[in-house]
Ligand binder design. Sequence first.
Ligand code: AMP
Length: 278
Amino acid sequence: MLIVHSIEELFTQTAQFNGSIGFVPTMGALHEGHLSLIRQARQANDFVVVSIFVNPTQFLEGEDLDAYPRKEKADAKICEFAGVDVIFMPTKEMMYEADELSITAPAIRGFILEGAKRPSHFDGMLQVVMKLLNLIAYNKPTEFRAYFGKKDAQQLALIMQMVKNYFINVEIVPCDIVRDSDGLALSSRNVYLSKEERTKALALSRSLKRATELVMQKEFKVTMIQEAMLEVLKEVDVEYVALVNREFQAIDEVKIGNTIMLVAAKVGTTRLIDNLWI
Ligand code: AMP
């Protein structure tokens, strides 16, 4: 496995790749969630590239850019063990210049939920994903796949839309959410949680479980489900509880096979998101 720190080195490596590339973009502090993406990439492709880049343009003023966990050595070990071929670790200087062209998230899907709570976050996310896709596929692999977690459901939907709108030659592979045994969705930000907060944070996955139970009992009304979820979320600081279809449009009734239930909440100072696809 090679760790490359420059675009030139990256291109030298990918020029030697004669086959498909599976690409997993991350911000590092890797956990089992990332690992499941890497495993899927490993299984389906000749070469696997993981990027580790804490992208400044997707953080808002006052968010945790500087505090974001950085664990380069452990990440390298995890990648090596998982059979990654190349880790790409660029600096912000090589990714951005001062006067940049920008991408704006679509007006509806990009500005609800996470887009409403974190204005401009998706613009920065789409910008870096566009750059990374172009960089990794620069030497025209025979096939190119990029792996994203359903954990960031709205992100995934917007990336799929960007790929479609900009005719980018990549297959986006959505990957299931990986959870701890107690139900908490894995996230690099979970390290911020104290023991007490971690217990409180379980309300997020419990609220989704409660919603699923209701659907199983044939309660399809979104308002009823939201109410029941909020009841479970009483002890955390809820930012939103939403049910949308796979296109991220508002719905009144759950349709099995075309619904995503989402929750965002703050536990202490840590902002957590979770969702469930039914
Ligand atoms: P991040 O490092 O947080 O930017 O995440 C990198 C990728 O890993 C994104 O596509 C995330 O959706 C995905 N990911 C993060 N946590 C999980 C999880 N618990 N299960 C599945 N995928 C995840």
